[in-house]
Design a protein around this ligand. Structure first.
Ligand code: OKP
Ligand code: ZN
Length: 339
């Protein structure tokens, strides 16, 4: 198994609105540090990514969105009342004909959808190196490796073409899927096993049939990202029939989840996809402070073994997982199950 990682993620630790206060985010550097330590202990060698390929990222994100991510921190420093993290206090309402404002706070609102996400000094560095990991993992798989894992942090699957939110800024799974397409795969499938719905990945490919998006997740009737992630969302236009959502109840066991995986795997097989991107969140773990599912460490190996039975070239990108003490063992369990 090829593993791509970097310490550059440490530059990013944002603030989030939690219980009505702005706090240091539970999405912190310890997550990737614990995964790194567990992987080295398990004998994996972690390789640095190649430089970030911005033009590839601009195929799934707008240029003006990436430019905001890149420049927001320095623009924020010029404000007389700049606090510890750059974020808006106002988001567009359900109104047609929205206009992107010139002002920084207006643009931060225009380009985000959740108050759990803010920009700090190292955000651009961390998110571009994270996307570079996904890109390098794709390059290795396109060159013949059976599977590669990108230790991305922060996660990416909630980020849409032009909005950050849910701790996500650049959608690493979407970047990977697009790059696999650009390297010649006629069709690619994304399987999102994070506890939360992959709304960003869904929305980026919603009108396209060349990238199948499949997500198993907590029902958005009770869980973030709310509003989307329902079973009736099948895709639009050319993408009609190319999105599959499997919302699940609170406290879902691995046995029940695994049964729900059957139709998802069948859909992927039927798609004719030549490559697979797995958006690997381990916040389905029983002890996860953000989740309600009841998975055990060994279940991630079972999950991976079932996915590996698809026998497809596979790029795995790290998404969520907030039970930091166990996150490393859970990821290693999955990777052992792939091999
Ligand atoms: C990101 B990923 C409240 C938490 C707000 C919502 C969940 C983001 C999950 N303090 N964040 O899908 O693991
Ligand atoms: Zn999650």
């Amino acid at each position: 198994m090829i593993v791509i990682g970097s310490d550059a993620h440490r530059a990013h630790h944002a603030m989030e609105l939690h219980g009505g206060s702005m706090l240091l985010s539970s999405e912190g550097p310890d997550r990737a540090d614990v995964i790194t330590t567990a992987m080295r202990a398990a004998g994996y060698t972690i390789e640095e990514p190649q430089p970030f390929d911005r033009s590839n990222a601009e195929r799934v994100h707008t240029a003006e969105y990436l430019e905001l991510l890149e420049t927001a921190w320095s623009r924020w420093q010029e404000l007389p009342d700049a606090g510890p993290a750059a974020m808006s206090f106002s988001w567009p309402s359900r109104t047609p004909n929205l206009v992107r404002p010139d002002d920084l706070i207006g643009q931060l609102g225009f380009h985000s959808f959740a108050a759990d996400c803010s920009i700090v000094a190292g955000t651009w560095e961390a998110v571009t190196v994270g996307a570079a990991m996904a890109q390098t993992a794709v390059d290795r798989v396109s060159a013949g490796a059976g599977a590669a894992y990108a230790l991305c942090r922060p996660p990416g699957h909630h980020a849409t073409a032009d909005q950050f939110g849910g701790y996500c800024y650049i959608n690493n799974a979407a970047v990977a899927a697009q790059r696999l397409r650009d390297h010649g795969a006629e069709r690619v499938a994304v399987l999102d096993v994070d506890y939360h719905h992959g709304n960003g990945t869904q929305s980026i490919f919603y009108g396209r049939s060349d990238v199948l998006t499949v997500s198993l997740h907590a029902d958005p009737m009770f869980e973030f990202p709310w509003f989307v992630g329902h079973a009736h969302e099948h895709g639009d236009d050319d993408g009609a029939g190319w999105n599959l959502n499997v919302p699940l109840p609170r406290a879902t066991s691995f046995a029940d989840w695994s049964a729900a995986l059957d139709p998802a795997l069948e859909r992927i097989k039927r798609s004719g996809a030549e490559a697979l991107v797995v958006a690997l969140g381990v916040d389905t773990f029983a002890e996860d402070p953000l989740g309600t599912f009841e998975f055990a460490t060994a279940d991630y190996a079972s999950m991976a073994t079932r996915i590996a039975e698809l026998d497809m070239a596979t790029v795995i990108v790290q998404e969520g997982g907030y039970a930091v003490d166990d996150i490393g063992l859970n990821v290693v369990s999955f990777l052992h199950g792939v091999a």
